[in-house]
Each structure stands twice: as structure tokens, then as C-alpha cells.
Design a protein around this ligand. Structure first.
Ligand code: MLC
Ligand code: AMP
Length: 482
């Protein structure tokens, strides 16, 4: 009620040329908590769309993202209030406090938690930021209809029920933590134990609580859990293994699951991880089976209601066994990028969403067809710890450094992060090479923690083609050689 009244009092947002431009937007910034989720519901019940934001981003970078979205109001927890006020660049009373302590338990009659979908199918529910190859993050418009499709599909495929209890350790500004974990639990009337941030030891303790049935995370989180298990003493190791073995469902996604990690999790608790493939614009699209063989290195098959195909450069579907771009269609596919008709039309081909990922299908001995991902088509899109990073965003910031004349940002393979954000730089004449820590600190008011370079290599000359354009694949090969 308070939000609805406040929306009525703020000046109308500046005109945004978007089909969803008349739906007010409200920014949401805070650590995962029951209060955060209740804030989300309040936004939906007030008829607005929520713009969940990452807590680790500096105010200047948040302001940059919010410029096109122009939220009417903001909701923030106490720790992030000042950042959101600064990012919204308006009067401090445009930010309302999130304040509703307690557990999030739809099974316990928590009405605020139970009611997951609160708007008509065509209305914008979420604006989720995602990086593109253009450098500037875009806000993907997810409707209430998309959310209904996402949760009902996952309920069927992964057998969600009101008896489930899930431990949530992921941030809530992404599909993975927000929809697969929290949304699916709430829509099933299940229980979700939310953690403000991931800590491996805390997560093991939470997984050991009685009745926990499900867990979902990115490979980097599983990697940390496996490392923490290996460090623990024998009694703690046994307790962790017992907790892992009680899970009916442990899902990995958002980045490729390396085989050694899959095996380490299986060895630790005897449960085979279920790997699935998704994307902000489409929710979850492909999943290994709940029952049946989970073939290592594959992401299973299309989820119920999701149409998927592999196409060649001209957009023609190719046969099983032939690699090409993965395209997706169905009620799970988003409505477009907010205020970015150009980027939206580029994202689609004949009604199919071009994922930017390459894939290939293989026929198994039992006649079933499984899908395998071959990586991103663009070398400029990296994944570090499940976070999408645009190399162009990082390069634009690094080029402002006084010592750097030219640079190429690439993703080097990394056991901890999947890809390590690596800056390969040419220096200006006569300057001393910057130190990596100093460069990270220097970029911290413009880049998110996962965008800051984790490795730095100084070269005399970056490999370029005849037109002078840096050739990223040769840069990667150079690193490989080293
Ligand atoms: C944090 N750091 C990262 C990082 N996250 N560096 C690289 N990549 C990341 N992803 C930085 C910290 O700021 C810190 O920097 C240092 O690394 C160590 O911090 P940490 O405390 O050990 O890391 P932590 O904060 O615990 O974060 C790690 C993480 C987190 C893996 C838990 O990154 C995370 O929650 N990732 C998941 C993101 C996600 O939900 N993606 C889903 C996208 S949706 P310093 O300078 O202090 O040393 C999607 C669709 C789909 O992809 O299919 O699901
Ligand atoms: P995002 O835009 O953050 O939603 O990230 C979506 C991207 O994550 C996809 O386009 C894929 O490149 C990647 N991704 C998601 N799940 C997987 C997976 N299981 N294996 C490999 N890559 C994945």
C-alpha cells in the first residue's frame, strides 16, 4: 500500500520508448533476505516491475545502468541505502527501507512468501541486467508470464513439492538464485533458507540441517564446497558427505561444469549433479534428466514447453552431429531489452532467440539425443564464477589508465572461476608497468569485483590483423603458449 501511494506521488518517469515504458520501475538493492523477497512482492502488488541490482557494484556503475531504466523509486536494506540513493541521483526519500526480518517459509503459512506470481502475464515483472557484446549492460524484460512458464516447467522437470527445502547461497539479481532457487521454492509452497552471501563452511552447516532436499549453484560454488570438504577434519567431512548424500537434487548451471568437479561431488556424497543450461533472456532451456543417465559434458535435452534448435550461419537447422548456434523459442523467452529495440531485434531470428552459444547434438546408444554446449560464439563475453563479463566494458575502463596504451581482455581457463579475466596490455612509452593489485584497486569504483582483472600481462605489441584490429584468439593462444 505504501509503495502504491508513493508511486502515485512521484513525478511521472521520463518517457521511455519501450512497450513496457508505462509500467513503473522500482530498483531493489540488498543482500538476499526475507525482507528482499517481500520487497519484490510489494513491487509486483503495486503494479510495478522490479529492477534487482548486484550489491557489489559501485554506485557510479549502478547509476550508469539505471540511466536508461529510470526507476521511480528504490527499495534497499540498511547496508545499501546510501549506495542506492547515490545511484538514483534523486532525493534520499526516493529510497524506502527494506525491513522484514525472519525466515522465508511458504510451507509455514507465510502469505507474503507464498504468493509468487502477482501480476498479469503480459506485464513486466523483472528488469534483469545482462552484459552484451556492445559493452553497455542491457536490461532484459521478464514478464509475469515468463516467470509462470519458468517455474511451472522446473516444477515438473525437477519434481518440486511443498515438502522441499532448499539452501539459497546465490545472489538474487540473477535468474539462477532468484527464480530457480527462491521462485521455484515459493511457488511450490516449499521452504528456502536464504544466506546473505556464500560462505562454504556456512553452506555445509545449512545443508546438514534436517529436511534439506535441494541445492543449486554455479560450478565455482561447488568447487569451493569440495575444497572446504577436503580441508575439514574427518568428523566434519563425514557430516558434509552425509548432508550431500541426503539431497534428492543438486543442480549445477550458469557455466560449464568441469568433469573433475562433477566427479569430486559424486565421490564426496554419492549424488550425481544435474547439469542444466539457461540464460537471463530465456530462463532454463535444457536440462539433464531427473531420472535416467546424466551424461558428463552434456546438458541433456530441451525442458517441457521449450523449443530448441541448432542452426548454421544462414539460420537453417542442422542435423544431429553438426555444430551450430543454439536458438530457443517458447513462452520462456523474454520480451526484449528495455528501451533497446535495436538490440532486441538483433537478438531474434524468425521468432527464435539467438543465444550466442554454439551447441551440437549427439545420439546416444539408447536412441535419445543429448545436447552439448561448445562455448560462446563471441570471445568478448566471458563467464567468471557464473557472472557474465563483457570484455569491452573492462577494456573501456582500462584504456583510461594513464599507463595503458592498448589492451585486450580475454578469459583464460581457470579452475576456480571457470574463466579468469585477463588483461593483456601495451604500455605507453617510458611508464612503469602497473601492478595487478594496484590496477584492481584503481578500477574498483567503475567495475564490479568479477570484472576487475585477475591476471595482467604486459606485451610489446598485441597481435593485430592487417586492418590493425586486435585478434583476441591469437591473444588467447599467446597466453596458452606462456
Ligand atoms: C567475487 N569475486 C569474484 C567473483 N565473485 N571474482 C571473479 N569472479 C566472480 N564471480 C571476487 C571478490 O570480490 C573478492 O575480490 C574475491 O573474488 C574473493 O571473494 P570471495 O569472497 O572468495 O568470493 P565470493 O564473494 O564468495 O563470490 C564467489 C561466488 C560469486 C562464486 C559465490 O561470484 C557468486 O555468487 N557467483 C554466482 C553468480 C550467479 O548467480 N550467476 C548466475 C547468472 S544467471 P577481492 O578483490 O576482495 O579479492 C545465468 C543463467 C543460468 O547464468 O543459466 O543460470
Ligand atoms: P547469463 O547471461 O548470465 O544469464 O548467462 C547465460 C550464459 O551462461 C549462457 O549463454 C551460457 O554461455 C552460459 N551457461 C549457462 N549454463 C551453462 C552450462 N550448463 N554450461 C555452459 N554454459 C552455460
Amino acid at each position: 500500500e505504501e509503495l502504491r501511494a508513493r508511486l502515485g506521488r512521484v513525478p511521472a518517469p521520463c518517457a521511455i520508448d519501450d512497450p513496457h515504458g508505462s509500467t513503473p520501475r522500482i530498483a531493489l538493492l540488498g543482500a538476499p533476505s526475507r525482507a528482499w523477497v517481500i520487497g519484490l512482492h510489494a513491487i509486483w502488488r503495486a503494479g510495478a516491475a522490479a529492477v534487482p541490482l548486484p550489491t557489489a557494484l559501485p554506485a557510479a556503475a549502478l547509476a550508469d545502468r539505471l540511466r536508461d531504466v529510470a526507476p521511480a523509486l528504490g527499495l534497499a536494506d540498511a547496508a545499501h541505502r546510501a549506495t542506492l540513493v547515490e545511484a538514483l541521483r534523486g532525493p534520499a526519500d526516493r529510497v524506502i527501507d527494506l525491513d522484514a526480518p525472519g525466515d522465508l517459509d511458504a510451507s509455514g503459512g507465510d502469505d507474503a512468501a507464498r504468493d509468487w506470481i502477482a501480476g498479469p502475464p503480459s506485464r513486466a515483472a523483472l528488469l534483469l541486467f545482462t552484459s552484451g557484446t556492445t559493452g553497455r549492460p542491457k536490461a532484459a524484460v521478464i514478464t509475469h508470464g515468463n516467470l509462470a512458464a519458468w517455474t511451472s516447467t522446473l516444477h515438473r522437470a525437477w519434481r518440486w513439492s511443498a515438502d522441499d527445502r532448499i539452501v539459497g547461497v546465490l545472489p538474487l539479481h540473477h535468474v539462477h538464485g532468484l527464480v530457480n532457487v527462491v521462485g521455484c521454492a515459493l511457488a511450490a509452497g516449499a521452504r528456502c533458507d536464504l544466506h546473505p552471501r556464500f560462505d562454504a563452511e556456512d553452506a555445509w552447516t545449512a545443508l546438514a540441517a534436517s529436511g534439506v532436499t535441494c541445492f543449486m549453484a554455479v560450478p565455482s560454488v561447488y568447487q569451493r564446497l569440495v575444497e572446504s570438504h577436503a580441508r575439514a577434519d574427518a568428523a566434519a567431512r563425514r557430516a558434509c558427505s552425509a548432508a550431500a548424500s541426503r539431497l534428492r537434487l543438486a543442480v549445477s548451471g550458469s557455466a560449464a561444469l568441469p568433469d573433475p568437479l562433477r566427479a569430486a561431488w559424486r565421490d564426496l556424497g554419492g549424488v550425481e549433479l544435474l547439469e542444466r543450461y539457461g540464460m537471463t533472456e530465456i530462463g532454463m532451456a535444457l536440462s539433464q534428466p531427473y531420472d535416467g543417465a546424466r551424461v558428463a559434458g552434456t546438458v541433456g535435452a530441451p525442458l517441457p514447453g521449450v523449443a530448441a534448435r541448432v542452426v548454421d550461419a544462414a539460420g537453417a537447422p542442422v542435423d544431429v552431429g553438426v555444430a551450430g548456434q543454439l536458438e530457443i523459442r517458447g513462452p520462456n523467452v523474454f520480451d526484449g531489452y528495455f528501451g533497446r529495440a535495436d538490440a532486441t531485434s538483433e537478438a531474434f531470428r524468425d521468432g527464435w532467440l539467438r543465444t550466442g552459444d554454439d551447441a551440437i547434438r549427439a545420439r546416444q546408444a539408447d536412441g535419445s539425443v543429448t545436447w552439448r554446449l561448445l562455448g560462446r560464439r563471441s570471445v568478448d563475453i566471458l563467464k567468471s564464477g557464473g557472472e557474465l563479463v563483457s570484455a569491452l566494458t573492462v577494456e573501456a575502463v582500462l584504456l583510461a589508465h594513464p599507463a595503458i596504451r592498448a589492451c585486450a581482455v580475454v578469459g583464460a581457463p581457470d579452475a576456480r572461476w571457470g574463466q579468469r579475466v585477463t588483461a593483456v596490455v601495451e604500455l605507453r612509452d617510458g611508464v612503469a608497468p602497473p601492478d595487478l593489485d594496484a590496477l584492481r584497486a584503481w578500477s574498483s569504483d567503475r567495475l564490479a569485483p568479477w570484472e576487475r582483472p585477475r591476471a595482467l600481462r604486459v606485451v610489446d605489441a598485441l597481435p593485430r590483423n592487417a586492418l590493425g584490429k586486435v585478434e583476441k584468439r591469437r591473444v588467447l593462444a599467446m597466453l596458452d603458449g606462456a
